[in-house]
Ligand binder design. Sequence first.
Ligand SMILES: *[C@@H]1O[C@H](CO)[C@@H](O)[C@H](O)[C@H]1NC(C)=O
Ligand SMILES: *[C@@H]1O[C@H](CO)[C@@H](O)[C@H](O)[C@H]1NC(C)=O
Ligand SMILES: *[C@@H]1O[C@H](CO)[C@@H](O)[C@H](O)[C@H]1NC(C)=O
Length: 391
Amino acid sequence: MKVNVEFAPLLLLFFSLSLCEMAYISEEDDLDLEIQVRTMNKPSIKTFLTKEGDTIDCVDINKQPALDHPQLKDHKVQTKPNLHVTSLHQTSPNAKSIGFGLEEPCPIGTVPIRRVTKEDLIRARSLPGIPSVAAMRQNTDFSNQHVVSLTDNMIENIKYGGGGDVTVYNLTVAHDQFSAHNIWIETGPPEHVSMIAFGWMVSPQLFGDTLSRTFTYWTGDGHRNGCYNVLCPGFVQVDRGIIIGNPVGPTSTYGGSQYEIAIHIQQDKITGNWWLLLTYKAIKVGYWPKELFRYLRNGSLHTAWGGIGMAGSNGSCPPMGSGHRPDGTIDHATVFRRLHWVRSDGKSLPPDKTTTWVDRSNVYDLMNHRRTIFYSGYMISFGGPGGYCKV
Ligand SMILES: *[C@@H]1O[C@H](CO)[C@@H](O)[C@H](O)[C@H]1NC(C)=O
Ligand SMILES: *[C@@H]1O[C@H](CO)[C@@H](O)[C@H](O)[C@H]1NC(C)=O
Ligand SMILES: *[C@@H]1O[C@H](CO)[C@@H](O)[C@H](O)[C@H]1NC(C)=O
């Protein structure tokens, strides 16, 4: 009896420690994070706050955090791509392009980078990477991330890029869920896959809020390296006005106005770097250097378009897209239109031999509209309300 009483407080302590484990940061850990944050945030030429409260640093383009990557030690920033894309303009009768960019861009010679905080790093620790579409189809039951996608499987065609226009909505997402809508460019076996993803997502873990924001994710070697946005060195920013991770708006409404992000990613065949172009004006935002990738050195075998819903700890998937399943009416669900891949000669073509995939048809769906009216090109609509999604 006596022994038990003496041990009780210890046991209690043990219990509360393990319960708090997730939030518990040791002093050593805290110091590590401090150092990490200091290394990541470069001296700023000009700093400002966005209206959503993000701190943006205008950083010397040749001293940006991307260049800390060991593989980029001797990398010279490529300021202009060798691409002949001057516009992604193709008006839609149904949607308006979301404008990007700062009213007052960063000074010449600098690029805008969202400042990283310790809290950002802590939150992002428990965030898994973007799954490979190929890997997801092999083991969907071992993950809490659920994919809907259309993949171009025509591996006879080496793809030097891809893109499309995706509509953006507001979504309600819990702190341990995320909802992503993006293009994938990927090649390689799941254990060593090289991948670039770009689109919009709502992710409290990544951003600390529930706004719809642009995001990138890359890995060069099966998630052994890579990260979201600029949480690790890699993505080289070139444009002075566009911030990766910024909120996007205005957002679309069910049955009402539609707003979309025009996305185009293309490999520069001279340098091998993968460029990101945004909006109808084809603004050259920046690039993923070829040095980052084990595959994707010379084109890609796969491109895919769709969404990912990550279930929270209670097994509930977040809403995706508009929060409604596609029903054939264009302004009822998120639409990815003008889907294209880039041929060796730089020409953009619609996907050819495609497969669609819906991981959890009880909560999400995807409609393949194929080639539709001229303006919309090849189109899919997808998403759903979410809900309990464990098998
Ligand atoms: C989406 O959310 C933002 C931020 O909360 C808000 O300003 C905007 O009005 C919302 N848009 C719609 C269409 O509900
Ligand atoms: C799980 O959590 C989400 C978000 O907090 C909530 O909306 C949902 O009702 C919960 N689901 C279950 C099955 O408890
Ligand atoms: C890339 O692949 C194409 C087609 O196989 C080939 O013609 C070209 O020489 C390759 N380029 C490089 C840089 O390896």
